[in-house]
Design a protein around this ligand. Structure first.
Ligand code: SF4
Length: 62
């Protein structure tokens, strides 16, 4: 599975706070980096949690 973050992400950093294995708030570049192109199977449950938890619904499964 792959993830994408939509442009309307508000850079709140919550995804990095809760799921640091998956996300990095890249402040200098003003974006959120996804740490994997293909999410490892052992992190898929966390990825689904992140999709559900993002307050503005900006994280999607590709
Ligand atoms: S939780 Fe959602 S809105 Fe906040 S930084 Fe992550 S993707 Fe963006």
């Amino acid at each position: 599975m792959k993830l994408e973050i939509k442009d309307y992400c508000v850079r709140c950093g919550m995804c990095e706070d809760i799921y640091p294995d998956l996300f990095h708030l890249n402040v200098p570049e003003d974006r959120v980096d996804i740490k994997f192109d293909e999410i490892p199977p052992e992190l898929e449950e966390k990825a689904l949690g992140a999709i559900a938890d993002c307050a503005v619904g900006a994280i999607f499964k590709k």
